[in-house]
Design a protein around this ligand. Structure first.
Ligand SMILES: Nc1ncnc2c1ncn2[C@@H]1O[C@H](COP(=O)(O)OP(=O)(O)OP(=O)(O)O)[C@@H](O)[C@H]1O
Length: 291
């Protein structure tokens, strides 16, 4: 059996009295795109930085591409791509030059021009960081993370500050990496991004994994749809697990158009907010939410 790309057992990280990571277990198979979600301060970056080998853990076992990141051999770094916040902010090198330099450090790098194109920076190839916008610098950070053709890429909030077009372009880039078999661990606050990109989503709250599932699996946890319509001048709202049956009843009662009819299925965001709310209030998880 192939060894997982990432394996975490009983991970803890304490900052003094604060248990930033409070017993996380997780296995990410090779080739998976995994999204880590959670509110500010939940412990996502701490977890990712431990996996990257930039932060020491308090307790637990961690294996990334078969090595403990704290004691990994030098060549392990060439197999792992890390998007560092603000790597490209300063410096005298142009976008193309910094990518070319980074590429020279790896045994089998991606093509610099292709990578610039994949992140939408072809026109800024000759620009220095100081003249790039915040979103463009972040795109360069993404390019720097993948230039070495890593087997595993860590992307911490990669699309924060991207305009909608740049986010779509980033999604295409991730789809391309997925096609090459690259394992990707990303953190994001964008539910639609996780929904679109991730094979599985892990939701962290207060240092604990409160849900671990596919996007569809998470969505299915909130089964009730909300049906809204107007009848006799009054607005009606009903939550139901069987919206079709309710619609049949409504159709039987109405000859013509049903005024203001809407059927809304819960979004991933609704489920996410419910899970975070349960975790924050210490209410027990529902039986479906105990993955
Ligand atoms: N070096 C540090 N010293 C003390 N506390 C820290 C340190 N780094 C992080 N923390 C605390 O650990 C907790 C988890 O922080 P972390 O950055 O991992 O959260 P996050 O989920 O990535 O949040 P965000 O979505 O805001 O980026 C927070 O309460 C944070 O204040």
């Amino acid at each position: 059996m192939t060894e997982p790309a990432i394996s975490i057992a009983g991970l803890h990280k304490h900052y003094g009295d604060l248990h930033a990571v409070d017993g996380i277990d997780l296995e990410i198979p090779r080739g998976e795109v995994f999204a880590l979600l959670g509110p500010n301060g939940a412990g996502k970056s701490t977890t990712v930085e431990i996996l990257e080998g930039f932060r020491k853990r308090t307790a637990g076992d961690v294996s990334v591409l078969g090595s403990d990141p704290q004691h990994a051999p030098r060549h392990w770094r060439t197999r792992v791509g890390v998007m560092l916040q603000g790597t490209s902010e300063h410096g005298a090198l142009t976008a193309a030059e910094s990518l070319r330099y980074a590429a020279s450090l790896y045994p089998d790098p991606r093509d610099v021009d292709e990578t610039l194109e994949a992140v939408g920076l072809t026109e800024k190839a000759g620009a220095k960081p100081a003249t790039l916008s915040g979103g463009q610098r972040r795109r360069l950070d993404v390019a720097l993370a993948v230039i070495g053709r890593p087997e595993l890429v860590f992307l911490d909030e990669p699309t924060t500050g991207f305009d909608p077009e740049a986010r779509r372009q980033f999604w295409t880039l991730i789809d391309g990496l997925r096609g090459d078999g690259t394992t990707i661990l990303l953190t994001t606050h964008y539910l639609d991004e996780a929904d679109h990109l991730a094979d599985r989503i892990g939701i962290i709250a207060a240092g604990r994994m409160v849900a671990l599932d596919t996007p569809a699996g998470l969505r299915s946890r909130a089964s009730a749809a909300r049906v809204t319509w107007t009848e006799g001048g009054t607005r009606h709202v009903e939550e139901t697990a069987t919206p079709t049956a309710l619609l049949r009843d409504l159709l039987a009662r109405h000859d013509g158009e049903i005024t203001g009819l809407e059927v809304v299925h819960p979004s991933l965001e609704d489920v996410y907010l419910q899970l975070i709310d349960h975790a924050a209030n210490g209410t027990p998880e529902t039986e479906e939410a105990s993955a």
